[in-house]
Design a protein around this ligand. Structure first.
Ligand code: 6PG
Length: 254
């Protein structure tokens, strides 16, 4: 069974604010301990309000962005200008508010002709970035949860679930939109993180959350069930709608 801290918030607004506060706290602690904060942002639509919180003047000034290094935990194989781009969404909601000379952002190089080439290039970027570190280990990886139980772009029954060597892999479209090739962190990279924070909102996520956290469904069916940080923590920040099928004894209320 997945061991996770489950923080439940009354609504998405509170969820976004609390997740943003956690992001800032982890960032400050990482910079104090190691002189830098390495973080991978999630895609999809749920994170938008969290990124907008981080982009607020009162939050922006709380973190030293010159020591913050930002990657994407997954991406669609489209250009940044494409409305489906996860990087494009992060740029619109958060990154544009950090002055370009003060931000260190590593988008997935989706200009490569295939998702496999983009994944290989991104792995090189990651390896180069962490070359001075003892290991390739993010301080924080943000993720979402799809209604089919996917996370990042690890979809049910996909080959990327069994990837043991590549840290970044290409993956065919899942059953949920958009139907485009993906580039995704794999479990070896995800589970090396110091902290994984999964944000989950809405009633459509109540069933996959229960399958993962209560029924013990495996990662082939629900890839988010494969999140097991080997030397880190896993936390779910969820709203009451997503918590509807979980026993209250599992929940930490904020
Ligand atoms: C993507 C996302 C994906 C997302 C989930 C949840 O590229 O689609 O990275 O993994 O996190 O699908 O999406 P929502 O938060 O928008 O429901």
């Amino acid at each position: 069974m997945q061991k996770a801290t489950i923080i439940v918030c009354p609504d998405v607004t509170t969820l976004s604010r609390k997740a943003a506060e956690r992001f800032i706290a982890i960032g400050k602690s990482a910079i104090a301990a190691r002189g830098q904060f390495s973080v991978a942002l999630a895609g999809g639509s749920t994170p938008e309000t969290m990124y907008a919180n981080l982009a607020s003047p009162e939050m922006l000034q709380q973190l030293d962005w010159t020591k913050t290094f930002i990657f994407m935990s997954d991406e669609r194989h489209v250009l940044p200008s494409d409305p489906r781009s996860n990087y494009g969404m992060a740029l619109r909601t958060l990154l544009c508010k950090i002055s370009p000379d003060k931000r260190h952002v590593f988008p997935v190089p989706t200009q490569h002709p295939t998702a496999a080439e983009a994944a290989a290039a991104y792995q090189r970027d990651l390896t180069n970035f962490f070359s001075a570190s003892p290991d390739i280990r993010f301080d924080l990886i943000l993720l979402g949860l799809g209604s089919d139980g996917h996370t990042a772009s690890l979809f049910p029954h996909s080959a990327a679930l069994n990837e043991k060597t590549r840290l970044v892999a290409d993956s065919p479209p899942g059953t949920l939109p958009p139907p485009v090739e993906r580039i995704t962190f794999t479990y070896p990279l995800l589970n090396a993180a110091r902290e994984i924070l999964v944000r989950v909102a809405g009633e459509a996520k109540a069933a996959p959350l229960r399958r993962i956290l209560v029924d013990g469904v495996g990662r082939e069916e629900c890839p988010a069930a494969g999140l097991h940080p080997s030397n880190g923590t896993l936390s779910y920040f969820i709203d009451t709608a997503a918590a509807a099928m979980l026993p209250s004894t599992m929940l930490t209320k904020l």
